[in-house]
Design a protein around this ligand. Structure first.
Ligand code: F6R
Length: 249
């Protein structure tokens, strides 16, 4: 069944992120009130930074606590130790975890240095299942249409696994790494099936460089060539866009 995702367009990305932070704080509160922890799937990249800033502000204002929150990040670069400044483990601590009251053992990211990758991926899926599944999944979108690092060709039912990064994705990461040759060639990512199993999903996209792929994701065919197009089939997918990213809709 195809259900159109909800699309909200904001004047500025900060407005979109503030609204989403309020929505997520409300969700955490209502899930905690039902007597269980809220399970959040989190994303990295430049897009969610203002969202994390807004969440930290709500926390500092006493409006949300993360003591009863469990998190699972979408992905991690393979080959990077946690302490590498560009690891997603470092990113998440810098942008969010160091500033909120989440217990350290509630935080989960795939490991960048791991002996048995398939076994680690199975354990990651099991940990999500043991937590009760993901209540809310945050996403960005890559210019290849990836969600997580599900590059073109990723099956609809794929689960957490190793993925070879698309050249466009590596190019986009090159400035942060100080050159293309420094960018890892592969990553561990939750699969499309892992993401689509989340009960609620929010995709953030900002800027004119995302306009074409946002149109493909929302209005193009549902295809494994654009992983984000699978969101058209999710019953509670919500796009939070700025005007530039929505320009081609
Ligand atoms: C990040 C992730 C990616 C990014 C996407 C957009 O954990 O899984 O899908 O969301 O590459 O990156 P930015 O936000 O840097 O444009």
């Amino acid at each position: 069944m195809t259900t159109a995702p909800n699309v909200s367009v904001f004047r500025r990305k900060e407005d979109a992120c503030r609204q989403l932070a309020l929505d997520v704080a409300g969700l955490i509160e209502s899930i905690n009130a039902s007597g269980r922890p809220a399970v959040l799937g989190l994303a990295t990249g430049s897009t969610p930074i203002p969202f994390y800033k807004a969440l930290i502000e709500l926390h500092q204002a006493g409006k949300v606590s993360f003591q009863q929150v469990i998190t699972f990040n979408l992905d991690e670069y393979l080959g990077l130790p946690r302490e590498h400044p560009e690891s997603y483990w470092s990113f998440m601590h810098r942008q969010l975890f160091d500033h909120i009251d989440i217990p350290a053992d509630h935080i989960h990211l795939p490991r960048g240095i791991v002996d048995d990758v398939p076994a680690h991926c199975r354990e990651y899926e099991q940990a999500i299942a043991d937590a009760g599944g993901i209540d809310f999944q945050l996403l960005g979108i890559g210019r290849t249409g990836h969600i997580g690092f599900n590059e073109p060709g990723s099956p609809r039912d794929s689960r957490t696994r190793e993925i070879h990064l698309d050249p466009i994705t590596r190019q986009d990461a090159a400035p942060a790494f100080g050159g293309l040759d420094q960018v890892p060639t592969s990553a561990i990512t939750m699969g499309c099936g892992t993401i689509l199993a989340a009960r609620r999903i929010a995709l953030l996209a900002f800027g004119s460089h995302k306009a074409a792929i946002v149109k493909d994701a929302l209005q193009g065919p549902i295809t494994d060539q654009v992983s984000a197009s699978f969101l058209q089939e999710h019953p509670d997918a919500n796009f939070y866009l700025d005007q530039e990213a929505s320009a081609e809709l």
